[in-house]
Design a protein around this ligand. Structure first.
Ligand code: NCD
Length: 311
């Protein structure tokens, strides 16, 4: 089924076949990447701009690598080097990028909805690389691909997403993707970190880790996003770890073959114990990064097919 839009702004609104097609294509890019080959003719002559108004390590570098492996000219713009610091508005930045005839624009911004606003003002295909507390669609795709590779399916799996759900765009995109694909999603965290609209999201809410992790197939841990919190929603990091940090004792309540995930950056000893983060068989955190490159290649590929040939 063809991708329904010229952009990728959110997972919400995608149907199961759109998601399955992206994951299948990403799977083929995993094989290509592992073989050491590239496919540099696909985006030859295309310009990809990474426009990051917020810090990023994994997401920015993996979009850069994905673009280069498909042959695009990749330009990284971060806020500290752009005119945004001199007071240029988001829309002025958009018209500058338009004049440069950028084909693919990857945007990360602190405000929810900023990539959607940009998408109305530029000719390029816009990919949301994380906007405020709203969505981070490529992260959900790479998480789903990682889960599918380990469990063979998404349907019917019990996935526990734990910690700071309220401020997490990763949680929101994962909830939309996994519920759309038939997983049973639980969110686990203190009441202060559970979003107000949890009931609408089709998830089960738990405030206790043991109950929330019971018989889970997948345990996904999230960082405390203090930069998005106003006021102290958590008493202290030490206390948070005691009740909500993933250690061997709490993980023992999940299925014996459950996998542990984290989008990074991790705060070891706050939401996850180092021994679990580095666990040789249960942790798939390193593999998530590898899947990130493949999923971003798939997204660039799908959106590039909809671009006009010459602009
Ligand atoms: C996440 C993000 O920026 O939303 N990181 C990522 O993309 N891997 C999660 C986070 O910042 O905690």
């Amino acid at each position: 089924m063809p991708h329904p839009s010229r952009h990728l702004l959110a997972i919400e609104g995608l149907e199961p076949p759109h998601i399955a097609d992206l994951l299948d294509l990403a799977e083929s890019y995993v094989l290509l990447n592992r073989s050491g080959k590239t496919q540099r003719d696909l985006l030859k002559g295309r310009t990809l701009i990474n426009l990051f108004f917020e810090d990023s390590t994994r997401t920015r570098t993996s979009f850069e690598l994905a673009g280069k492996r498909l042959g695009a000219d990749v330009i990284n713009m971060s806020v500290s080097t752009s005119s945004v610091n001199k007071g240029e508005t988001l829309l002025d930045t958009a018209s500058t990028l338009n004049a440069m005839q950028c084909d693919l624009l990857v945007v990360r911004h602190g405000q929810s909805g900023a990539p959607a606003l940009l998408s109305q003002k530029v000719d390029a295909a816009v990919i949301n690389a994380g906007d405020g507390t709203h969505e981070h669609p490529t992260q959900a795709l790479l998480d789903a691909l990682t889960i599918r590779r380990h469990k063979g399916r998404l349907e019917g799996l019990v996935v526990a997403i734990c910690g700071d759900i309220a401020h997490s765009r990763v949680a929101r995109s994962n909830i939309h993707l996994l519920t759309t694909m038939g997983s049973r999603v639980r969110i686990v965290g203190p009441p202060t970190l559970i979003p107000a609209d949890a009931a609408r999201l089709g998830v089960e809410v738990f405030h206790d880790m043991k109950a929330g992790l019971k018989d889970a197939d997948v345990v996904m841990m999230l960082r405390l996003q203090r930069e998005r919190m106003s006021g102290g929603l958590v008493p202290s990091a030490r206390e948070f770890f005691r009740f909500y940090g993933l250690d061997a004792e709490k993980l023992a309540h999940a299925k014996p073959d459950s996998i542990v995930m984290h989008p990074g950056p991790m705060n070891r000893g706050v939401e996850i114990d180092s021994a679990i983060a580095d666990h040789p068989t249960r942790s798939v955190i390193g593999e998530q990064v590898e899947m990130g490159v493949a999923c971003r290649m798939a997204v660039l590929d799908v959106l590039a097919r909809r671009l006009p040939r010459n602009r």
